[in-house]
Design a binder for this molecule. Sequence first.
Ligand SMILES: [Zn+2]
Length: 335
Amino acid sequence: MKRIGLLCLALAVALTARAISAQQLEIRFLDVGQGDAALIRSANKTLLIDAGGSAGVVSYLRAFHIDTIDLVIASHNHADHIGGMSGVLLSAVVRFYMDNGVPHTTATYQRTIQAVQASGAQYLRPTARTITLGDAHIRILPPPPSPPSGQDQNNTSVGVLIEYGEFHALFTGDSELHELDYWLSTGAIPHVHVVKVAHHGSPNGTSAAWIEATHPQVAVISVGAGNSYGHPSAGVIAEWEGAGARVYRTDRDGSVLVLANDDGSFVVTTARADTGGVVQLRPFVQDTTAPATAQPVTSPACCRICTRGKACGNSCIHAAYQCHQPPGCACNAKP
Ligand SMILES: [Zn+2]
């Protein structure tokens, strides 16, 4: 019995060591109502992609004790993506700011640009470049050089491919088929583990070719409940699910947290999860043709011992990170 116990402990430590080494990339799809906002953190560096339509994102920054953002990317200049941006720029130090470089006519855009200038953030154009964020690489996918019209905000969304070891996640703002087809034609789109579904799940932000190219295990739709646009499309959800992706949506799940490992495995939890905050454990399956199957976390035992970092829900996280999950089955190691 004692021998079995030691064996279990050794196994748990081995699993923990693997998990800790990889759980250094956090992606939070924030519930900001109708709009987009995502916080990405790696090795104490922070990226914010979009800021939702109102000041709600500032509340999240305060809750996570974030006072410095290394890079802010506004995918495009519609109000549901930059409405909360001036509040962000006022409440946190922003080192670099990137948008799509396409001015918009609204007062929200004017207020945002003035806030960028007043903040002292260095402005970056959305050219093809790779930015280091802690242990992750942020690849910028520039908009097409000739959008359908010069003022087409959606089809000039900045694309962001996040690479953390073997793990990949893709954000494309409100890109519609014109821009998605452009990126496909350039060969810039790899298989990814997590995709933010373009344009809040609208039919013009998803195509069969896009789903086949990205082939994600998880697709996240950032959308407000009861929005007047009819987002998301039931057909779009069915298309992603039909390709094997598990679909999360912020109007029903609340904020969605992805903790990614550098071997490509990752854990997804949501704010409105039924049990213990942990919804799925989704180890990476290398380009399998079979649909990914959900594996509910069912073990009530303390199956993961955190020898480094600290317990958070059923996971081990970096000691400096804030835990916003209820107690799970992970335990801090005793000295
Ligand atoms: Zn939008």
